[in-house]
Design a binder for this molecule. Structure first.
Ligand SMILES: NC(=O)c1ccc[n+]([C@@H]2O[C@H](COP(=O)([O-])OP(=O)(O)OC[C@H]3O[C@@H](n4cnc5c(N)ncnc54)[C@H](O)[C@@H]3O)[C@@H](O)[C@H]2O)c1
Ligand SMILES: O=P(O)(O)OC[C@@H](O)[C@@H](O)[C@H](O)[C@H](O)CO
Length: 381
């Protein structure tokens, strides 16, 4: 069994690659980072070291590595004969990976079982996005039947790695991989550490609107409080209070929309607050807050739940405060932070809301978002 995995970064090596390796796949890592791919190709194994409750260390071996920028044809040929393709490259990068999958489907022997394609990104239905890009790139729409596309929700905090760590990855011990089962029928790939679910929506929304909403809130308020790590940030009572308030609001949505037991959701969010506080995870606020424009998108961790709460007439004050904190994420090394700051200095508040959040005029959240942006602009004036 062979799996091609795009993105040999933190979650690629520390989670997806590991779980596929444990499932018995030969993993072919494909990445555009030449230094990383050369190191992987030259090294027979690397270690995934867990920190936290029940931590263990695993060795990943029996893999290969290809540079998908310089060896595109080889990557395409690998996909053409693989059982599984996964990605962990970031939602904005899926469109660059899609043409390679489309080319591989054209080459694929129609007698082979269908290729299982799963995007492991922090976004609602990221695989649908990838599928749409693959469809656009297909030479013949009939080749689409050679693949099955399934959405997934992946959860494991994998921070940036310390300089000098090489290929080894330090990760938290907690992990969860939920995959939607229906697209596969009775042909689901064998991945024992993942769980296949009939309806992914409650899983991905619970994950994104609890783990990632809480994480990003910790990062943005932590950044303002001068914290460098997420553990340090959540240890600041005023930051923790903002995070709890935000998670109280997203809990109300998750309970109302997906019928979660409130006590179970409360336990889930408490577990996540403990995950953020793990002092052994050297996770910095700049990583967790990275790409703030993406994080302020319409279906993302702040605006997604806030819009639905507002539509239901439920409170969104804490989420709006978190959006206000996100606007102050000023990190010169993060191109989206620079763009955000530049946009705030030149666009009107309403135009900013339309462009960045995608919330339309007349939506119950629109004027409230305009007020948050306008308040930030006057604070700077
Ligand atoms: N790190 C985490 O805790 C975590 C957890 C769950 C999900 N995720 C999601 O996984 C994705 C990756 O996150 P990460 O933290 O591993 O980031 P990362 O930056 O460590 O890794 C991304 C990798 O993708 C590679 N890449 C970029 N463009 C590429 C292309 N065109 N083709 C192939 N490879 C390409 C980069 O070189 C890099 O090695 C994101 O969507 C993130 O939201 C991350
Ligand atoms: O990867 P992002 O930028 O969408 O979000 C940053 C972190 O919140 C994220 O990577 C978490 O560590 C991860 O989602 C935990 O499962």
């Amino acid at each position: 069994m062979k799996a091609v995995h795009f993105g040999a970064g933190n979650i690629g090596r520390g989670f997806v690659g590991l779980i596929l390796h444990n499932a018995g796949y030969e993993v072919v890592f494909a990445d555009v980072n030449a230094e990383l791919i050369d190191a992987l190709a030259a090294t027979p194994s690397y270690e995934v070291r867990e920190v936290g409750v029940g931590a263990t260390t695993s060795t990943v071996d029996h893999y290969r590595a290809l540079n998908s920028a310089t060896h595109e044809a080889e990557v395409v040929a690998e996909i053409a004969t693989a059982s599984v393709v996964t990605t962990a490259v970031g939602p904005n990068i899926l469109r660059f990976v899609a043409p390679l999958i489309a080319a591989a489907l054209a080459q694929r022997d129609p007698a082979l079982p269908r290729l299982a394609v799963m995007a492991c990104e922090n976004a609602i239905n990221a695989t649908d996005l990838l599928q749409a890009e693959v469809d656009k790139a297909l030479a013949d729409p009939a080749f689409a039947h050679r693949a099955v596309f399934a959405n997934t929700a992946v959860d494991r905090i994998v921070p940036g790695q310390a300089p000098g760590a090489g290929l080894d990855v330090t990760v938290e011990s907690f992990f969860e991989w939920a995959i939607e089962a229906p697209p596969f029928g009775d042909e689901a790939p064998v991945i024992p550490e993942a769980h296949f679910v009939d309806d992914l929506a409650p899983y991905i929304e619970r994950k994104l609107f609890t783990v990632n909403t809480g994480h990003a809130t910790t990062a943005y308020f932590g950044f303002l409080a001068g914290a460098s790590s997420i553990a340090e940030a959540i240890g600041i009572p005023e930051v923790a209070e903002q995070v709890r308030a935000v998670l109280g609001e997203t809990k109300a949505l998750l309970v109302a929309k997906h019928d979660f037991d409130p006590a179970v959701q409360q336990a889930y969010l408490e577990t996540n607050l403990q995950r953020f506080a793990n002092p052994e995870l050297a996770d910095i606020v700049e990583r967790v807050g990275r790409q703030p424009l993406r994080k302020l998108g319409r279906h993302e961790r702040f605006i997604g739940p806030a819009a639905e709460l507002a539509e239901r007439g439920l409170p969104v004050d804490a989420l709006l405060r978190a959006v206000g904190a996100a606007l102050r994420f000023d990190v010169p090394d993060d191109p989206q932070s620079v763009e955000l700051q530049e946009l705030l200095s030149r666009a009107g508040a309403a135009a900013f809301v339309r462009e960045v959040t995608g919330v339309p005029d007349g939506h119950p959240l629109f004027e409230r978002l305009v007020a948050v942006v306008a308040a930030e602009q006057s604070r700077r004036a």
